[in-house]
Design a protein around this ligand. Structure first.
Ligand SMILES: [Zn+2]
Length: 488
């Protein structure tokens, strides 16, 4: 077990230090892709699946990627330290990138030695599997090394380690060894898929932190579930009279704001296992579906957090505006004649700067305090239904004053009277009916003549301080004009 590198399935895939093939081309689009960038864009589990897919496509003669230098189809390979690179499908010396190597004698000796060691383990697992299946009466035709001929119209021949039948499902069990190459995994999968049978890979041993390349090929190709048969599962099968294996699977859990894996190891009965013959996927736990659900949950809670933060920010802004509005209104209303003008003007400049910072201040280097004062008095008069701050006794007098001295304030005044419900106070003071006559005469010009229009900054300030009541109400609200008649 020396020198094994095991990668977190959710970690980003890494590339070998100096990939011989540095760029690959997609022959259908002509796009050239940088190899390190391409590889690092995948999570490790995805890279393993991509590797299987590219291999299968190359074998079918449908290369999705070719060497950008020579145009030979390439597939994704993985080093012993689980770093990825591209390899030519064949090499004839015409490409400067050399990706295939002759095996040294030492390599071959080591492989033979490992092979001999493994064949003993292989035999042992096969026997344990036979014992386990024989213990369960639901399994029929349990047999070792039986030749499996392809059905009519299909070609090929396989000899699964153990074959059996459970109900209507035909099963082929293969013991996975470190010498099981990806090609073998893929071609057997395809063979049994066409046979409408299920291929079950059985491992002699598994541990998530010690995974060989072939373990990863089977694990990720099988929705992150692997099965182990050993002495203890065989004993459990015999004791229970039902086929039992150990299943290892990944379980996605949310930790903070991301998804991490938990590994689960437990003994499972055959009836806990779901067999999907079309996809050749045999699982106890649907990792992919669970991961999708967890990602949705994360997304939802992220959106919730964003919405809450936005609401809090809106509330903070509203609080700040309310406080500023109160301060400006009090500053004007509470002023007395004894206040010195200069310090008062300085305070106003500070307030106006704050108003400007939220978009409602008066423009210019010397914003007029009198204008601001008039606006506040207008608002307070409309609210009170009597003159506030203006030196008039009756509300009607204030109306005459506005018509002659400040026609630009008439529209805002009218809107506020309506919204504050103080319009009647204006006419109850108008004993002679003169005010009503004047207003009747100018009504048609109110929205046309520029003299009835406030300067933009003054209008904005007035709307801010009156909380929008100085503006025409939206159509769904009260829509009557200054004289209390329904608008046309
Ligand atoms: Zn090449």
């Amino acid at each position: 077990m020396v020198g094994n590198t095991t990668v977190d399935p959710l970690a980003w895939a890494s590339v070998v230090t100096k990939p011989e093939i540095n760029s690959v081309r997609n022959p259908s689009t002509g796009h050239v892709l940088d190899v390190p960038r391409l590889i690092r864009a995948f999570r490790y589990e995805r890279a393993i699946l991509l590797r299987q897919k590219l291999k299968a496509l190359v074998k079918r003669g449908e290369a999705r990627l070719v060497c950008a230098t020579c145009g030979v189809p390439v597939y994704l390979a993985c080093s012993t330290t689980k770093r990825f690179f591209f390899r030519h499908r064949h090499e004839d010396g015409s490409c400067p990138a050399v990706t295939r190597m002759e095996l040294s004698e030492a390599d071959i000796r080591a492989m033979k030695y490992r092979g001999a060691q493994e064949s003993a383990a292989h035999k042992r697992i096969k026997e344990l599997l036979l014992r386990s299946l024989a213990a369960d009466p639901r399994f029929k035709d349990v047999a070792p090394e039986q030749t499996w001929k392809a059905s009519e119209g299909l070609s090929g021949l396989r000899r699964p380690d153990v074959s059996a039948r459970a109900d209507s499902t035909r099963l082929a069990f293969e013991v996975q060894l470190s010498t099981t190459f990806m090609d073998v995994v893929l071609s057997r999968k395809e063979f049994y898929r066409l046979e409408r049978a299920a291929l079950v890979w059985v491992l002699p041993f598994f541990h998530p932190s010690y995974r060989r390349m072939t373990d990863d090929d089977i694990l990720f190709g099988n929705n992150s579930n692997v099965f182990v048969v050993d002495e203890s599962t065989a004993a459990a099968s015999e004791a229970a009279g039902t086929f039992i294996m150990t299943c290892w699977y990944r379980k996605p859990v949310i930790q903070g704001d991301k998804i991490v894996d938990e590994w689960v190891e437990r003994m499972v009965r055959w009836d806990e296992i779901t067999v999907d013959v079309d996809r050749q996927i045999i699982v106890v736990f649907d990792y992919a579906e669970e991961a999708t659900r967890r990602r949705e949950e994360l997304r939802a809670s992220r959106l919730e957090r964003i919405a809450a933060a936005e609401a809090a920010a809106r509330q903070a802004l509203e609080d700040q505006e309310n406080e500023l509005r109160e301060q400006v209104l009090r500053f004007v209303v509470d002023a007395s004649c004894e206040n010195d003008y200069l310090p008062r003007y300085k305070t106003w400049l500070v307030l106006n700067d704050r108003l400007r910072s939220v978009g409602y201040g008066l423009d210019g280097e010397y914003p007029d305090l009198q204008t601001a004062t008039r606006i506040v008095h207008l608002i307070e008069s409309a609210r009170a239904g009597k003159p506030v701050g203006f030196r008039y006794k009756s509300f009607a007098e204030l109306g005459h004053h506005l018509i002659h001295q400040h026609p630009e304030l008439l529209l805002a005044f009218g809107h506020m009277l309506r919204r504050f419900g103080t319009r009647d106070a204006l006419y109850s003071d108008d004993r002679t009916g003169k005010l009503r006559a004047k207003l009747d005469a100018i009504r048609s010009e109110l929205t046309q003549d520029p003299k009835y229009r406030m300067a933009e900054d003054e209008e904005r300030l007035c709307a801010f301080l009156s909380m929008g009541t100085s503006r025409k109400a939206r159509p769904d609200n009260d829509n009557r004009d200054l004289n209390g008649r329904e608008a046309a």
